[in-house]
Design a protein around this ligand. Structure first.
Ligand SMILES: [Ca+2]
Ligand SMILES: [Ca+2]
Length: 252
């Protein structure tokens, strides 16, 4: 019996050894898959490297750096005070193209005279239109968004040379609202200033969209924007829904 037990024990040991040998390669397979798994772990490392890629966000900072290629606006220390006076008064100015409409058909027609023309005095002659001045009164000038160039740009503009650099604290436009005639006050007015007429800086934007509905109809309105800038040259960009009728420009 002892021999049998001994033989059985040997067989069992041998069997265990065989199983162990079988399992070893079996384990080696997942062991091989382990390095395989470690590979995606390695891939997670480049993911970590993507973080320094995010650090390339400083590259985004280089974008404002590019913008800073344009010189930042600096107030001119020699600019003259307006002393509360309208320094645009009596000055000549330049405007963008105006709408030309045939007498037969509605729409742009370059062969016809300007509709509601500006004669280069309306905006600076000191006369501020009132509710009694209908849209076809000579004291108004008008932009229309259907003018080809204005449609492309999105706005009509006025440029004025004040003669010397002033400290500008407000700009006021007198504008007509006559809804039945397709005339609204501008829903956006952008103001740019320049010391030399070549380098321009945004002084701000008047977005009056929220206020337009509250303005009385068939009436003249003053749209005022306030600033703390200096400039000899001023450009005003007027964006309207249809017609924009303007009657006076005041810069103080
Ligand atoms: Ca006027
Ligand atoms: Ca006119």
């Amino acid at each position: 019996m002892k021999k049998i037990a001994f033989i059985l024990a040997l067989v069992m040991v041998f069997a265990v050894a065989l199983v162990a040998c079988d399992e070893t390669p079996a384990e080696s397979t997942p062991a091989e898959s382990t390095p395989a798994e470690s590979t995606p772990v390695d891939e997670s490392t480049p993911v970590d490297e993507s973080t320094p890629v995010d650090e390339s966000a400083p590259v985004d900072e280089s974008t404002p750096a590019d913008e800073s290629d344009e010189p930042a606006f600096e107030k001119n220390p020699d600019a003259v005070s307006t002393e509360g006076n309208n320094v645009a008064a009596g000055k000549t100015y330049e405007i963008s193209e105006q709408f030309r409409m045939s007498t037969e058909n509605w729409g742009w027609d370059e062969n016809y005279p300007v509709s509601y023309p500006d004669e280069n005095y309306e905006l600076t002659d000191g006369y501020v239109p009132t509710n009694d001045d209908a849209y076809n009164a000579a004291c108004w000038m008008a932009f229309h968004q259907n003018t080809p160039a204005q449609s492309e740009r999105g706005y009509g503009f006025i440029k004025i040379d004040l003669g010397e650099s002033y400290v500008i604290s407000s700009i006021t436009l007198t504008s007509l609202k006559d809804t039945a005639s397709g005339i609204t006050c501008p829903y956006k007015v952008e103001y740019l200033v320049s010391e030399d007429g070549e380098n321009w800086y945004s002084a701000g934007t008047l977005d009056s969209t929220a206020d337009l509905d509250g303005l009385a109809d068939n009436a003249a309105h003053t749209l005022t924007a306030e600033f703390d800038v200096t400039g000899r040259y001023v450009e005003i960009r007027v964006t309207s829904y249809g017609w924009a009728f303007l009657g006076e420009l005041e810069i103080k």
